[in-house]
Design a binder for this molecule. Structure first.
Ligand code: PLP
Length: 391
């Protein structure tokens, strides 16, 4: 008897979580592992956010709340989108979910049917193609290499859109490359989607993690028409070091937001009620929140440059100066080895954990997260250099 469904058989486990789990297991055995696999800030959640959550817990906020999120949090999110993103939204267009990952999944599930195509630029976040497949739709991958700064062009996008295309996924700043599209580039991609009549899912979970003075633009803020065609995903995990809280957000045209709310009400119900009070504080106490993010960004920036310079000093490795998120995505093409072999041998021989680029649709690269200490970066670079030298 075949006990597993087509959904279960079609899905691959998250390779990024797998690398992180393996590195943590080796550490638990007492091995001195340098982990560059983590997709989360290594800082604790700011104290004022934790306080607000504890207070809510003490005050008995331990029950279900409306499936789409606490009304006060949705109102605060509407204010945030107006102030920070120049996007006018009504709270009824907002759904708070257990994690941005679930927000993405529900956005796809609410809009894509079997037979539909979803255009995904590679390198891509590992979960997009799997989520599309879980909706019965077909991922259509278009690739942008290192030479293109990992950015797709409007022409490439136009050529990938067919009558079956329902959705285009954009993710800037990007996981895994750290690439940030300029406002002009975003505008050109949105124009292609609007003229083809396809929806956009804009995953902006790293919107506040920017360096070198670059800016973020929300596609939905470009025009009324753009807002009518865009689902904007965000969350608290990366901005406020709240990965374990599981809180994601989504802004969509009313009918789509309502469908997402219905899907959520039948699958997970609301995101954890008292956790939402912590998120509310993060949005309401703007000055404290800004200061906390600025402090984290200053540390990330110095690590980014240290890792970038260190990587480029290694013969055979070439790394672009990524300006967002907390990842670098160097190319290994000068070394003549696949990313899978490279990552496996590097962990085995030098106890350095990186995620092979093949997981993101780019086998010539690897992803390193600099959400780790200066000591780990220094030691990891030393080991990486030694490893590459003897290849
Ligand atoms: N989108 C991207 C591009 C991500 O990298 C992540 C996390 O790794 C998420 C969404 C989801 O984050 P979370 O579910 O923790 O909110």
């Amino acid at each position: 008897q075949d006990r597993l469904s087509v959904w279960a058989k079609g899905i691959s486990p998250s390779p990024t979580l797998a690398v992180d789990a393996k590195a943590k297991a080796l550490k638990a055995e007492g091995k001195d592992v340098c982990g560059f696999g983590a997709g989360e800030p290594d800082f604790d959640t700011p104290e004022f956010i934790k306080e607000a959550c504890v207070e809510a817990l003490r005050a008995g906020q331990t029950k279900y709340c409306p499936a789409a999120g606490l009304p006060a949090l949705k109102k605060a999110l509407a204010d945030k989108y107006k102030l920070d993103n120049n996007l006018e939204v009504d709270p009824s267009q907002i759904v708070v979910s257990p994690g941005g990952k679930y927000s993405c999944y529900l956005a796809i599930l609410a809009t894509c049917s079997p037979g539909d195509e979803v255009v995904i630029p590679a390198p891509f976040w590992v979960s997009y193609p799997e989520m599309v497949k879980l909706a019965g739709a077909t991922p259509v991958i278009i690739s942008a290499g290192e030479e293109a700064d990992f950015k797709i062009t409007p022409e490439q996008l136009r050529a990938a859109i067919t009558p079956k295309t329902k959705l285009v996924i954009l993710n800037s700043p990007s996981n895994p490359t750290g690439t940030v599209y300029t406002p002009v580039e975003i505008e050109a991609l949105v124009e292609v989607c609007l003229s083809a009549g396809v929806l956009i899912m804009s995953d902006e979970i790293y919107e506040y993690l920017l360096y070198d003075g670059v800016t973020h633009l929300s596609p939905a803020s470009l025009s009324k028409e753009a807002a009518e065609s865009t689902i904007t995903v965000g969350g608290f995990s990366k901005t406020f070091s709240m990965t374990g809280w599981r809180l994601g957000t989504l802004v969509a045209p009313k009918a789509i937001a309502a469908a997402v709310g219905d899907l959520q009400s039948q699958t997970s119900s609301n995101a954890t009620t008292f956790a939402q009070f912590g998120a509310l504080a993060a949005l309401k106490q703007r000055d404290e929140a800004k200061a906390a993010v600025a402090k984290m960004l200053a540390v990330f920036d110095s690590r980014r440059l240290k890792l970038l310079n260190g990587l480029n000093a290694i013969k055979g490795i070439n790394c672009r100066r990524a300006q967002g998120a907390f990842y670098l995505f160097p190319s290994l093409s000068g070394l003549g080895i696949s990313s899978t072999d490279f990552a496996a041998r590097l962990l085995e021989e030098e106890l350095v954990a990186v995620v092979p680029g093949v997981a993101f649709g780019a086998d010539e690269c690897m992803r390193l997260s600099y959400a780790t200490s200066d000591e780990v970066i220094d030691k990891g670079l030393e080991r990486l250099a030694r490893f590459c030298q003897q290849l």
